[in-house]
Design a protein around this ligand. Sequence first.
Ligand SMILES: *Cc1c(COP(=O)(O)O)cnc(C)c1O
Length: 351
Amino acid sequence: MAFDLDTFVRPNIKKLIPYSSARDEFSGEAKIFLDANENSLGSPLLKWYNRYPDPHQLAIKKKLAVIKSIGAEHIFLGNGSDECIDLLFRSFCEPGKDNVIICPPTYGMYEVSANINDVAIRKAPLLDDFQLNLAHIETLADANTKLIWLCSPNNPTGNALNRSDIEMVLNNFEGIVVIDEAYINFSKQKSFIQELADYPNLVVLQTLSKAWGLAGLRLGMAFASEAIIGILDKVKPPYNINQATQELVLKALDEVGQVNDMIRLLVDMRDALADVFRSMPTVEKVYPSDANFFLVKIREARKIYEFLLGKGIVVRDRSHVKLIEDCLRITVGTEQENTQLVEAMQQWYEQ
Ligand SMILES: *Cc1c(COP(=O)(O)O)cnc(C)c1O
């Protein structure tokens, strides 16, 4: 299928002349910077925080390119994936005219971001096994459908979507397919990053907020064709990744081994904790998980949520969400936190 990106970019974005930052307007070596109205004397903190950060985050992209085995020109960095999500709406969806497809129950930001941008949402709910309803997706897509949002492994259900279903969407939908892989490091499924060469309409989102343990630094990643990355670069605020984040992320990216150890441990603890929940008398189902959390269907879910809160333990109450009624979403904690959760559940049954 021929994919013509030009027909998917909003006309105002296509003709947009992006902001040219002070640091972009010179080339060559310089040691005296009097071009950006910074405070030349310094700052109350470390000396270099008086300077604007690299708007292109080249050092980080170089390291990520090695880790992800993809060219740096295929990487966009956002202030969290949430910024990438918003930029995709702003780049490709005409407010009041275009629409996108989401597959609930799924990550809430797709719908919020659509609403902020006045873009219509069309819903193709997941099937009973939390897989894609391909026939429904097909009936929803029309000429104004610019994006389809897929989340795999999916939040809040925890499962990975079938690879062949995702490929079916990629091969048949004429717009952009976004695969949010926030939890991919915990999954047995392979990332779609390596398929970018085959699919010019593919955007893969990942984040340092989950497996990398850096939710506080706010760094999200989009992987896509050079053409799509170019559009996002044009639309983003020039200095969207701050200096402190860039420095700390650069250090963290040297610790792939440590992160892989944490992933293994979290997955083991998830499976153990899920087994404990499976054995509880009022649990109807613990859904299989490819993430660092799991979804549990349990009688009196809302009451248990409140009971746990009374013990200082907060889980995610999803008991009123369609298709996952009576469900709680539980993030894997530390060994000690998991033990305390199990003890609190024993108290629930004994009261
Ligand atoms: C947690 C999460 C994110 C992460 O967003 P950040 O802005 O990068 O912290 C993205 N997508 C999904 C589905 C998530 O659950």
